[in-house]
Design a binder for this molecule. Structure first.
Ligand code: DLL
Length: 434
């Protein structure tokens, strides 16, 4: 596969690291001079911008967390005057105020470049037609992929999320070759296509670029089989830039290359805040080194993954992060056992006749946590005898206990009982906090 930015994406590590250091120093000088929050946090740590003499010195800089962004809501983390800000996005978050992020003209251009690289890594070329089902709006998915597609020179269909039947007609008639969206919405698209008698094997897709929420390898297998395409994982977050922070390559589909000429990545132990060795899971931390309007320094993402520095057959020298398995704040603690929704997904999808639509309900009864796993099954199976269903529920519940050590009540439900999303799926309903 051709590489969009061959110079930067395949640069030997030494050259890459010297660029990173130069860009880091410039960024630190700028934020120290323009963002009171960073000046205060540096001063408190007894650091001056000129103390950053090597990439290792980054570790001396304090972390930034979501609460810091909330405390500076809406614009106090911006490093440029509003006259230079040409775009604003925000992520809703589940609690509290949204996080507001801004972009200068150059930031928009950087982001478009990163997304053009990402699309290209997923196999897109200027001749491709991109069906962009990421939501357009304050969410960064839609516009991020849109600008990247245009930068690459591909044709983009800005369908956004929703209006699902019309999307299927568009897929049939406009013959898009690349599909973008959240994996949960794409599954819904597949389901509606089936109802409309449209088979993805008759459509023209070669790659799907899916992200914005965790999805397992089992889900990948399901999507690839159903949609007859290569499913590529893309990662990003509004605070860092949006989608296009990292992406898998078409060749390997194993680990997401972080665009290290724009972001310095670390993985830390969320308890000790110390870096963890490569290969070991921890919390992802990013420092942006080229952004103008909204630079972030050592931003703790809460996303959990590990880093893999091994060379990749695609030729990119940029480090890979493992498929994110969840967020530290997604972790459910059920009677003292830690469990992530993605682990439950893995177990569910090992079972035949289970549909990839599930939801976890957590409650507290008589001071004890309870976990109910609702999952849809085949129409046919559902109309089967009740005994068969119960046996299957018991079997899955046993598997969950065996693999994850947590007791769960499994409830097999009729197809289409669980709410479909147009963007990110709501996997957990935690009644303990309502
Ligand atoms: O979700 C940006 C994006 C759009 C990424 C489209 C990929 C595709 P936010 O709304 O700010 O931004 O949410 C960021 O979503 O911290 C992760 O917890 C989660 N996330 C994003 N991509 C992935 C992924 C966009 N590939 C938050 N796997 C992040 C797992 C992901 N989680």
């Amino acid at each position: 596969m051709p590489i969009y930015d061959i110079d930067f994406e395949t640069m030997p590590r030494e050259g890459l690291e010297s660029i990173q250091l130069r860009r880091l120093q410039t960024t630190i000088e700028r934020v120290y001079a323009t963002v009171p929050f960073y000046k205060k946090s540096f001063d408190k740590a007894g650091l001056k911008p000129e103390d950053i003499q090597s990439l290792d010195d980054l570790r001396r800089i304090p972390f930034t967390v979501k609460q810091d962004l909330r405390d500076n809501y809406p614009y106090d983390m911006f490093a440029v005057p509003m006259e230079q800000v040409v775009r604003i996005h925000a992520s809703s978050g589940t609690t509290g105020k949204p996080t507001v992020v801004g972009y200068t003209k150059r930031d928009i251009n950087t982001w478009a470049e990163l997304m053009a690289r990402s699309l290209s890594a997923a196999g897109a070329t200027p001749g491709d037609i991109i069906h962009n089902a990421f939501g357009y709006g304050l969410f960064t998915g839609g516009l991020g992929a849109h600008y990247g597609a245009e930068k690459l020179g591909a044709s983009v269909i800005p369908v956004s999320g929703g209006n699902t039947k019309r999307q299927i007609t568009i897929m049939k008639d406009f013959k898009p070759t690349i599909l973008c969206g959240t994996p949960s919405y794409i599954l819904h698209l597949a389901e509606v296509a089936e109802e409309m008698g449209v088979d993805f094997h008759d459509l023209a897709f070669k790659s799907g670029i899916f992200g914005a929420e965790p999805w397992t390898e089992n889900m990948r297998a399901e999507l690839e089989a159903k949609l007859d395409l290569k499913a590529i994982d893309i990662y990003g977050l509004s605070e860092v830039i949006g989608p296009g922070v990292s992406i898998e390559c078409y060749e390997e589909q194993r680990g997401l290359h972080v665009f290290e000429d724009h972001f310095i990545v670390e993985v830390i132990d969320p308890d000790t805040l110390e870096p963890v060795p490569h290969g070991q899971k921890g919390e992802l931390v990013f420092t942006s080194i080229t952004k103008e309007a909204f630079p972030v320094i050592r931003y703790r993402t809460k996303d959990i993954t590990s880093l893999n520095p091994a060379p990749c057959t695609c030729g990119r020298t940029h480090i890979r992060m493992d498929k994110p398995s969840g967020r530290t704040d997604d972790m459910l603690i059920i009677r003292g056992v830690n469990v992530f929704p993605s682990q439950i997904e893995s177990v569910l999808m090992e079972t035949k006749q289970i549909l990839p639509h599930y939801q976890l309900e957590v409650d507290r009864k008589e001071n004890l946590d309870t976990l109910t796993v609702k999952v849809e099954i085949d129409e046919e199976l559902f109309s089967d005898d009740i005994k068969g269903l119960q046996a299957m529920e018991t079997k899955i519940s046993k598997d969950i206990k065996e693999y994850l050590g947590v007791s769960a009540r499994v409830l097999l439900v009729e197809p289409k009982t669980i709410q479909r999303s147009q963007g990110k799926a709501v996997r957990v309903i935690d009644k303990r906090v309502i």
